[in-house]
Ligand binder design. Sequence first.
Ligand code: FE2
Ligand code: FE2
Length: 303
Amino acid sequence: MTQFIVENIDNQTAKNEAWLILHSGRERKKCCLGKIPEDVNPDILKHKIVLFVNIEDKGKYYFANWLDMVILNREDIEQDSPLLKIKLKGDIDSKQLLSRLLQIVSETEMPPFWKVFFKSDAVAEAIKDYEKFPAGAKVHHPWENGLSSHTEEALTAYAQLSKVYYLKEIKHHVCIAALLFHDWGKTLEYSLTSSWSYTDDMPLFGHVYMSAKKICSLLNEFRQGYDFENEEQERQAIRDIQFAEHCILAHHGIKGYGSPVVPATVEAFMVHIADLISARVQMFDMATHMEQNNYLGTMIIKE
Ligand SMILES: [Fe+2]
Ligand SMILES: [Fe+2]
């Protein structure tokens, strides 16, 4: 039987002599077992998922397809195996996501209503389960903490992009709110009881619609309890909430990818782009449809 060591996407278990485990989004309950050869520098093993080492041929690295791997059921692992102590999680949990959000909010100009909203318990409560879900079953961030990691990455990407001078005037609070909740519906779309299988909410509603609905109900409920200085401020908040809703409905960019509308504002376009940056860059770490760029020696995604 050929065994592989597999680099862990979770970046928390890659240590010499440690066991590694592969967390596949498609087969969450299954894992691929192996052991790092002593002569392998653990630093090399960080952050890549498509890099495998055949332990029968120590130190030889190559790219392999998921299907080539030895897959063992979790139930087949011995009780005292260190594998069972490994927590399968991505980098960013919900608490870290919240602190990134608050940091971005503190550095961004926005109307007081939005500042108070982002700091509210209602927001912390609404995102607290992100760490339990993947951002996708197969395509990107398919692991526990995937949704919190992806949301944090998209927010961070946006915060950087928004510094460009011609974006300075756009409504950052609209984009930040939309990014924070753009995939909220995935907490309803995926089942926690089995391997990221879909619930009925996926075919019935889809996360785009459910996320848009969530941001409307959350923000409007918060607005009703908020003490605006004047009517105009509240009117503006109502308008901005509609624009945030639009951003979420349009975040997949085109109707063919499940968005009922295409981006009609710069804010919606930026939300789409920030989401895409996080999703696509992470796909580079996981894609099996890669080919080598002979000049650079890099692996690129073959569309
Ligand atoms: Fe989405
Ligand atoms: Fe997303």
